[in-house]
Design a protein around this ligand. Structure first.
Ligand code: CDP
Ligand code: MG
Length: 149
């Protein structure tokens, strides 16, 4: 099925200069990039994006992480990919939520880590996990005219 999905290259990946490597691996999935921008993520956007986690014990940390507060105010690269089974294809390359449980060839297996003091899962990348969430997230991060299709 033809789908769109949202990818965020998170501040922990940006500070480690991994954006190029990550985008390069995403190219191998044969999806079409239909939107891309650098975002200085404000608290309000972060809280909307991670709304489903607002009752979780790690929520505060997660908001600080995605807004760059834990990584020298690094920004986020937001990308929309489009193509056949885009959502599951990207999630497969991403790996599991817990980087320590992600198999080594996945992005989180390679680049993710659990912060030793805070236990924050520094997962390097976000990817939409369902069609409903993909639609919601793309509408949240991109205006219609910022997408080429
Ligand atoms: O990112 P993904 O969809 O795989 O996982 P999630 O359950 O939606 O969690 C969102 C983000 O919260 C993760 O990518 C981690 O950055 C963070 N998280 C965390 O710090 N500690 C946890 N125990 C679970 C998630
Ligand atoms: Mg998620």
């Amino acid at each position: 099925m033809n789908e769109k999905t949202l990818v965020l290259i998170k501040p922990d990946a940006m500070i480690k200069r991994l954006a190029g490597n990550i985008i390069s691996e995403l190219y191998n999935l044969d999806l079409k990039m239909v939107g891309l921008k650098l975002v200085n993520v404000k608290k309000e956007l972060a809280e909307k994006h991670y709304e489903e986690h607002k009752e979780k014990p790690f929520f505060q940390e997660l908001i600080e992480h995605i807004t760059g507060k834990l990584h020298e105010n690094e920004n986020v690269i937001a990308i929309v990919y489009s193509g056949e089974n885009a959502i599951s294809k990207v999630r497969e390359l991403v790996g599991k939520t817990n980087p320590d449980e992600s198999i080594p060839h996945t992005l989180r297996g390679k680049y993710g880590k659990i912060h030793s003091k805070t236990n924050c899962h520094e997962t390097v990348i976000h990817a939409s996990d369902s069609q409903d969430n993909a639609k919601k997230e793309i509408d949240l991060w991109f205006k219609k005219d910022e997408l080429v299709e």
